[in-house]
Design a protein around this ligand. Structure first.
Ligand SMILES: Cc1cc2nc3c(=O)[nH]c(=O)nc-3n(C[C@H](O)[C@H](O)[C@H](O)COP(=O)(O)O)c2cc1C
Length: 182
């Protein structure tokens, strides 16, 4: 019991035996912090923050968990992906492990074309689209754009991307909601 943090202790008072059948072992009653988060980011809190942002510029409409969602850390060098959900994997063919640490610009060319370098000219995406994204991120502003992207299998698609920056524990994160245009 002494290993419990404050919220575990509170949860223990509400559900002293956990949600499963009581085994007689007090350790079995513990909740398991972190088992619902592979990337160590609390997406419920992050999405709640997106929902409660004070001055929304973009109407997201209903969002369910099938939506492709990605989170980038704008406080880190070159704004790496820190989280991508299974909707993103389904849409693009890339797993979280394959994209973690990368900047999302890698989606802007087919894999066989090699890496898309920062500040490089883009072969498949309009200059103006890149400029708009860069400007919005530099200003920490919300943006919705359509951008030509490529899946892991090389297939191109139009990605309807909405980027919403939020500050979480002093770090500026940006949540990207993505949808393949029909
Ligand atoms: C949360 C987030 C999600 C993004 N998702 C995409 C995406 O799905 N497709 C894409 O082409 N660019 C995406 N971007 C934009 C690129 O990462 C990059 O910011 C853009 O290409 C402009 O910057 P650059 O000139 O440094 O490449 C995303 C950026 C952020 C912060």
């Amino acid at each position: 019991m002494s290993a419990m943090n404050t919220w575990e202790a509170q949860a223990y008072q509400v559900f002293p035996y956990g949600h499963s059948a009581y085994s007689g072992d007090s350790q079995a009653a513990l909740f398991y912090p972190g088992i619902y988060s592979r990337a160590e980011y609390d997406m419920l809190s992050i999405l709640a923050q997106v929902e409660a942002r004070p001055n929304p510029q973009i109407q997201l409409g209903p969002v369910d968990l099938s939506c492709a969602i990605i989170v980038c850390d704008l406080s880190a060098a070159d704004e790496p992906i820190v989280y991508a959900n299974s909707g993103f994997s389904l849409m693009t063919g890339y797993t979280l492990d394959e994209v973690r640490g990368k900047n999302c610009r890698f989606l802007q060319a087919p894999p066989e074309a090699g890496p898309v370098r920062p500040r490089s000219a883009r072969r498949y995406v309009a200059k103006d689209t890149i400029r708009k994204m860069r400007k919005a991120l530099d200003k920490r502003a919300e943006l919705q754009v359509e951008v030509v992207n490529f899946k892991k299998n090389g297939e191109s698609f139009v990605n309807i991307l909405t980027m919403i920056p939020v500050v979480v524990d002093g770090r500026t994160l940006c949540v990207g909601f993505q949808c393949e245009k029909e």
